[in-house]
Design a protein around this ligand. Structure first.
Ligand SMILES: *Cc1c(COP(=O)(O)O)cnc(C)c1O
Length: 525
């Protein structure tokens, strides 16, 4: 990043005994500017040069160094660029050291500590969406001392006063420094990313607010939404332009307009759209499978006969985190065999996704699915698309009839992939978790199990959810999809698609979400 004079914009941060230079790349994304911090500069010691090369995989020393770069370096970089943010919005605790850099500025300006904290809180808001305690970054007193002693000194406070900012009980010398605790203490407001995630987060952090009941913990929620136009297929866009008018995109969040417009869409047009998108997906996946087979050195003749443009097409693509339970539908292999073996009511399932490099259990799920794709009972009906990315995701969310989401509740803080199928005419079949338990109204998709806290041991919860999944797929999904009129159109299925578009499209998008952040969190009250 260079300034007007063509000089590289750089700031420095202290990590341990070293000074690390930080610059940034500027990416223009739509109407937003995104700065990507970079430490790969000739003046930096070798081991600091690749700190910004990858997000995952490092140890705690790498992690704290990255978070110092992001938080302290980031705040200094914005200042060097002469930005004066009205609000600093932290997404998870990773950037929370920025609040201490802001504190540093306030103290330099001569404010007393308590007043300085008040000023920092006035400018900071925080979003948390990790509903498991182990998922929050924590650093030992030794590591904080090693990495930040210079910075702590510049604040004019002791190491233990500093540790207190990241501890639930500031004086507890055994407690580590938690970035989420820091962010919660230093923000004027905090939120989770769905209603249920809010409830879980309030329960998780009650200790931080002694004397308050969980329901009074000041963590609210803004449910996540997708940038609808990014995930809208050209074919669906054409249909809406024809039926709803050229300006339909401007009415995205106007529920009344959708309620008026959706009945104008002809059932036959919607069904033709579904067929076109499904066929396109089948061709896309076959092409990817051909290339995969070629790379393995296998014959790819069978690929021609795999998948069908007429079969009920189920999609599952996302990160292969284990709590998302990708292979849940194969819990009872006999039952799965019957499901996939019915020649009158064919179904097919397309998987795609990647596991975290250190998540061996997630990788084992991918291996399990890969074996299923070679099992004669499922070959050509269960497929796995490699090299998952947004391009693959876009094909899948356009072409699938049914989007499967079966995480272990309440671990899916919001989830968003299911929102991407709506405007393309896909339906959701999901556990009552995250965004879906707010959107589901019994007529706009399918629920797996009930909206209830089970509090069961994980293995029991898994078998119960698997049973509920079979139940809904066998008794509701498949019969509805194959209930056809004389012209071969599944009128009840299409009715459900229309209800899904009408009730979900206007709400689960970024326009609504950003407005909600502005009104509930960014505007000073
Ligand atoms: C939307 C999206 C996700 C999120 O999927 P979830 O179902 O919310 O886990 C993950 N990966 C990609 C590429 C996406 O586009």
């Amino acid at each position: 990043m260079t300034d007007e004079g063509g000089n590289q914009v750089k700031v420095q941060v202290e990590i341990g005994n070293s000074l690390v230079s930080v610059t940034a790349y500027k990416a223009v994304v739509g109407r937003s500017i995104l700065y990507l911090l970079e430490t790969n500069l000739p003046e930096n010691e070798e081991h600091y040069r690749d700190l910004t090369a990858r997000v995952y995989g490092g140890d705690s020393t790498t992690r704290i160094s990255q978070e110092i770069i992001l938080g302290i370096g980031g705040a200094r970089f914005l200042k060097a660029m002469e930005y004066e943010p009205v609000v600093y919005h932290m997404n998870e605790g990773h950037s929370a050291f920025l609040t201490l850099e802001l504190l540093h500025e306030q103290l330099l300006a001569g404010k007393k500590l308590s007043k300085a904290v008040e000023e920092v809180r006035r400018k900071s808001v925080f979003t948390t969406h990790t509903p498991v305690a182990a998922g929050h970054d924590r650093f030992s007193r030794d590591l904080i001392n090693f990495s930040l002693s210079g910075f702590v000194g510049s604040l004019g406070i002791s190491l233990d006063e500093f540790m207190g900012f990241g501890r639930v009980k500031p004086d507890d010398r055994d407690e580590t420094f938690c970035m989420t605790v820091l962010a919660l203490k230093m923000s004027r407001a905090a939120n989770a990313v769905s209603e249920l995630n809010g409830k879980v987060s309030r329960q998780m952090w009650t200790q931080l607010f002694p004397g308050r009941k969980a329901e009074h913990i000041p963590i609210g929620h803004v449910t996540n939404g997708i940038h609808s136009l990014t995930w809208l297929s050209n074919e669906a866009n054409e249909l809406y332009r024809k039926r709803l008018g050229l300006q339909w995109q401007a009415k995205l969040v106007r529920a009344k307009d959708w309620a008026a417009a959706v009945p104008k869409i002809q059932d036959a047009d919607l069904w033709a759209l579904r067929f076109a998108l499904r066929r396109k997906l089948v061709e896309f996946v076959r092409e990817r499978m051909r290339r995969q087979q070629l790379r393995y050195g296998n014959s790819s003749d069978w690929v021609e006969k795999s998948l069908s443009a007429d079969a009920l097409t189920i999609g599952f693509s996302r990160r292969f985190a284990t709590y998302k339970r990708a292979p849940l539908l194969f819990t009872d292999i006999e039952r799965a065999t019957r499901l996939f073996g019915d020649p009158k009511r064919p179904i097919q399932l397309i998987f795609s996704g990647k596991a975290h490099p250190r998540d061996d259990a997630g990788k084992a799920f991918i291996q399990q699915i890969e074996r299923l794709t070679r099992d004669p009972r499922f070959t050509g009906k269960v497929v796995f698309v490699e090299d998952y990315d947004m391009g693959v995701a876009r094909q899948l969310v356009s072409g699938c009839d049914l989007w499967l989401n079966n995480p272990r509740r309440p671990l899916e803080a919001s989830g968003t992939s299911g929102q991407k199928v709506i405007l393309n005419g896909g339906l959701n079949c999901s556990v009552m978790d995250g965004w879906w338990r707010e959107a589901y109204n019994e007529k706009n998709g399918f629920s797996i199990g009930e909206d209830k806290d089970l509090n069961l041991p994980p293995d029991q919860q898994d078998s119960l959810d698997a049973a509920n999944l079979y139940e809904v797929v066998e008794r509701k999904v498949i019969p509805l999809f194959y209930d056809r009129d004389a012209a071969g159109v599944p009128l009840k299925w299409i009715k459900m698609i229309k209800e899904s578009i009408r009730t979900i499209a206007p709400i689960y998008n970024t326009t609504r979400m950003v407005n909600e952040y502005i009104n509930k969190y960014y505007m000073e009250k």
